[in-house]
Design a protein around this ligand. Structure first.
Ligand code: GRG
Length: 299
């Protein structure tokens, strides 16, 4: 009987294939405009935990999707994520100088280039998902594109960012904070899970509801833990400026609940995420393990 690879080995394999797929999808730095293409590659390659691709592959394993199709979903979601980080770091937003342990794109290049990098990464995401047929019916592929667009746009991530910018210096209640994060961070994480799952045969309705519940909880959980790490960890460990939220007078789960209550909330949410996987059996092994990883990660 063969045993499954350890989580660390499985993660390393997915991170490796994601890096390859991203490197192949990004335009060559030898192509004009060379500086823009170099900056796009700088923003995307050689860094990041690749949490969203990991979740997409874990969900693809749940439904039996072809790994090559999941790569396309994983790349598309990661490109949207990378664009959001480049724009989020701009002086007109969070104005940050460090990301993934290196200077942010506008610091390394310039602001106009960073703006264009974000724009071009966003459109590349849709190109990667659209340009060749997936094994799914064309109608399903079209729905997947619409799902990614919705998760990224004004009713998803970009909308969450707008709420975030408007909330600086304001005291948010728990519900408002949750609403913001469900959109800003949660929408794309949820899309990674659901789109990864859609590379395989469709789940029946109740199974899809349970997977969606897992995806929503993990999306929010990621942010609760991000707030805890922002308050606890140092800049070197995080690879981005620590304590930034408090410095910017931003509401967080830690400022709202305190550290120990925020930690307790994370553990409760972890239990809820895992409970929603019950019934899927061993196919959900990686999704369960990734929920643990999200909570117990160091950065
Ligand atoms: C600019 C439209 C627009 C949106 C930005 C997601 C987001 C909205 C901004 C990112 C800023 C941030 C620090 C959000 C908190 C949680 C988060 C998404 C952190 C970064 O994601 P990780 O930890 O980063 O997955 P890596 O580098 O590992 O990929």
């Amino acid at each position: 009987m063969s045993t499954a690879p350890t989580l660390a080995d499985w993660m390393a394999a997915v991170q490796h294939r994601t890096e390859h797929a991203l490197a192949a999808a990004l335009p060559s730095p030898a192509l004009a405009p060379r500086r823009l293409h170099e900056a796009m590659r700088y923003a995307v390659l050689g860094g990041g935990k690749r949490v969203r691709p990991l979740l997409a592959h874990a969900a693809g394993e749940l439904t039996g999707g072809a790994p090559e199709d999941v790569d396309r979903v994983a790349c598309a979601v990661e490109l949207i994520h990378a664009y959001s980080l480049v724009h989020d770091d701009l002086p007109c937003m969070d104005d940050d100088v460090l990301r993934r342990g290196k200077p942010t794109v506008h610091v390394e290049y310039d602001e106009a280039t960073a703006l264009l990098v974000g724009d071009a990464l966003q459109t590349l995401a849709f190109q990667v998902l659209a340009e060749r047929p997936l094994r799914q019916a064309p109608g399903v592929q079209l729905e997947m594109l619409a799902q990614l667009a919705a998760a990224s746009g004004s009713r998803g991530m970009a909308g969450g960012q707008a709420i975030d910018l408007a909330s600086v210096g304001r005291k948010l209640g728990r519900e408002e904070l949750e609403f913001m994060h469900v959109h800003k961070t949660g929408a794309l994480i949820r899309a990674a899970v659901l789109l990864g799952a859609r590379t395989g045969p469709a789940l029946e309705e109740t199974a899809l509801e349970r997977l969606d519940h897992y995806a929503k909880i993990v999306g929010l959980l990621f942010q609760v833990v991000d707030d805890i790490l922002d308050a606890e960890a140092d800049t070197a460990t995080l690879g981005k400026t620590a304590g930034k939220d408090a410095d910017n007078d931003k509401p967080t789960y830690v400022s709202l609940l305190g550290l120990s209550e925020a930690r307790r909330l994370a553990e409760d949410m972890l239990c809820e995420a895992k409970a929603s996987l019950q019934g899927f059996g061993p196919r959900a092994l990686r999704l369960g393990q990734l929920a643990d990883y999200v909570v117990h990660r160091a950065f």
